[in-house]
Design a protein around this ligand. Structure first.
Ligand code: HEC
Length: 165
């Protein structure tokens, strides 16, 4: 009994010693990660302040809309899911991105359009299939496009505010 307590204590302290040894390595890795994150190497979209606000307003609507879709899915309210998905569909794109058509790179527009089309497809499939699992899979793939675009681009406000478009 005494022996086993001793063994446990010993094992415990050797674990502590092991983790102490790991600490400098851990801190070193943390510093490297922080340093890596300090440089934002994503492609810069140079926008005026109103243009930036325009894009970010659409973005916040996308985030809110995605949350609304999830809330409706959680309630198994498929009609509401379809309705919410449609508000993020191609028609939303016409409202939000058209004024910036000449400013944003072609690839950005294509990725954006493809995401909006996905939301229309989600709405269409609900009507024909009514399968929440299928909707979740589609939502997962669509959100992959949010993630992909955010990994590629950043917005910076250009010093000379170009005229409003
Ligand atoms: C075609 C490109 C693209 C797609 C697709 C895209 N975004 Fe964005 N989003 C951006 C860019 C660029 C920014 C600004 C990032 C920066 O400057 O660091 C941004 C910023 C945001 C922000 C921050 C808003 C703010 O007020 O600061 C949110 C939230 C967001 N996006 C949500 C989403 C969601 C949710 C989706 C998918 C349903 C999505 N975005 C799809 C390009 C995109």
């Amino acid at each position: 009994m005494k022996n086993s307590i001793f063994t446990n204590l010993y094992a415990g302290s050797s674990k502590i010693r092991q983790s102490m040894l790991c600490l400098p390595l851990f801190l070193g890795l943390m510093t490297m990660t922080v340093m890596a994150n300090e440089a934002d190497n994503r492609q810069v979209l140079n926008l005026s302040n109103p243009q930036r606000n325009h894009v970010l307003t659409e973005m916040r609507a996308l985030l809110a809309g995605t949350q609304h879709i999830l809330a409706a899915l959680a309630k198994d309210d498929m009609a509401a899911v379809a309705e919410q998905a449609q508000t993020l569909g191609f028609n939303m794109k016409h409202k939000a991105e058209n004024p910036l058509h000449d400013v944003l790179p072609k690839e950005f527009m294509q990725l954006g359009m493809s995401m909006h089309k996905d939301f229309d497809q989600i709405a269409a499939d609900i009507t024909s299939m009514k399968d929440p699992k299928h909707t979740l899979q589609q939502l997962n793939a669509t959100m992959g496009k949010c993630v992909a675009c955010h990994e590629i681009y950043q917005i910076q406000v250009s010093g000379l505010d170009s005229p409003k478009r």
